[in-house]
Every structure is written in C-alpha cells, then in structure tokens.
Design a protein. Structure first.
Length: 255
C-alpha cells in the first residue's frame, strides 16, 4: 500500500509538471510578428492588388515600407489575375493574401520592415519566398529576398524552384540572438526586369536552440523530456522494490 501511495504522488507530480511544461511550450511558440501573412488590409474582392508606397507605415498593419523614394510594394490577393501574368496563377502560401516586394514593377531595393522588442534569448525567424519560373517574361525565373536584422545583411535567400503555372513557395529559417528592440527587414534582391518576388507567412518564435545556425526542429519537446526524467526517477525508486518482491515470490512464478 505504501508503494502505491508513493506511485500516486509521483503520477500527480508528473501530470502537473507536464501541464505546465506544455503551457510554457505553447507560449514559447507564439508568433511575435504582427500580420505575418499580410492578410491586412483586407482587399476588396476583385481589387486584386494594392500598391503601398515607400515610407508608409499604416496601410499594412505592423509593417513599414522602406527603400528609395518613389518605389512601392504590393499586397496581392490570392489567385490574382495579372494583366501580364502570362497564364500563371498567383497563389498565397497561407490565407488569401501575400506581399510582392517588387511592387507595381518598381523593382529595385524596396521592401518592408518590422520592429519587435525581444527579451535576451535565441529566436527562430521563418518566412516563405515564392517564385514562378517564366523564362522570357517579366516574371523571371528566380526570387531572392535579402534579410536584414538591425540594418545588418544576414543573408540572401534564393528560391529558384517552380510549379507549372503557379507560385512555388519555399520556407527559410534563420536563428539569431535577440536582445531589445530588433528591426527585421525583407528587401527585394531580384534583378531589374524581374517583376515577381513574393513573401508570405513570416513568423518569429522563441527558440530552445543556443546555436544561431538554422536547425531542423526535432520531434521532441519539454513534455517528452519530462516523461523520460520521471521514468528514470521511478526506475531508481521502485526497481529495488520490484526486485525484492520478485525474490520473495520467486517460487510462485517458477513452479
């Protein structure tokens, strides 16, 4: 009976620890980016696309348009039927809208940025870059987005994949150490004459990694770790008891 009471106590502790660890894990994966899928402003059905000029910080909630004066980016509706789309379908990676960093064919080093206040720790930034392979047309054959954090170029992310007649989306990750106000910028890096460079599903979450190199998440979590830890503790506490019972009752099992 005493051993059963001890087991019940351990199981109760396990349930509560797993619950709080899961709550913490859910909080840790909260997206810190505002309007990361560019679903706002909501375009009027049939309007297809909205040009947003450089220095505007109100039309796209959470984002400021940056770049040389006179340029723009464009919020685009899912399945946008561009007049010069050459038969291609412009599909979002998530939701019903996405962002074209080339704007209405302004196509230079324009883009968007967002400021986020971060506690000291590692964070995983993920985003989708879309591409259409359309040689001989203004849509080009590849899409390159330059990522800046606090004004420093981190890397240029290239998507040169394609699906016949549709946007092919590719997800990129970057893990970095954040501390305080952090400005994240996505800038068009396509050459002049390439009028398609689309961005969608921008997420920023706290990371358990201590390595700023992008990593593939393992199918584990704090809850699974807690199971292993509890199992190890239980084995150390109850294995001697089971061995004692097995020794004293050996005649009942061996005949």
């Amino acid at each position: 009976m005493k051993s059963l009471n001890c087991m019940n106590k351990f199981l109760t502790m396990f349930i509560f620890s797993t619950f709080f660890l899961n709550v913490g894990e859910t909080h840790a994966t909260q997206n810190l980016i505002v309007n990361g899928s560019f679903e706002f402003p909501q375009l009027v059905p049939g309007s297809d696309a909205l040009s947003v000029p450089v220095n505007n910080s109100t039309l796209i909630p959470g984002w400021r348009v940056v770049g040389p004066r006179g340029l723009d980016v464009a919020v685009v509706e899912n399945n946008y039927d561009a007049p010069d789309g050459y038969g291609n379908v412009f599909n979002a990676s998530d939701g019903v809208q996405f962002l074209d960093l080339t704007g209405f064919e302004s196509n230079r080093d324009e883009g968007v940025q967002q400021s986020v206040f971060l506690g000291r720790g590692f964070y995983d930034l993920a985003f989708d870059v879309g591409n259409i392979i359309s040689p001989g047309t203004p849509l080009g054959i590849q899409s390159t987005v330059a990522l800046y954090i606090n004004g420093v170029l981190i890397n240029s992310f290239l998507n040169n994949e394609g699906i016949d007649g549709r946007v092919k989306w590719k997800t990129f990750h970057h893990t970095f150490l954040g501390d305080g106000v952090t400005v994240i910028s996505f800038i068009n890096a396509d050459p002049l004459g390439d009028n398609l460079n689309v961005l969608d599903v921008v997420t920023l979450t706290s990371s358990t990694s201590t390595n700023p190199t992008p990593t593939i998440p393992e199918p584990t979590g704090p809850a699974l770790m807690s199971i292993g830890l509890i199992g190890w503790l239980l084995s150390r506490k109850f294995l001697p008891l089971f061995r004692t019972q097995s020794t004293t009752q050996q005649g009942q099992f061996t005949g």
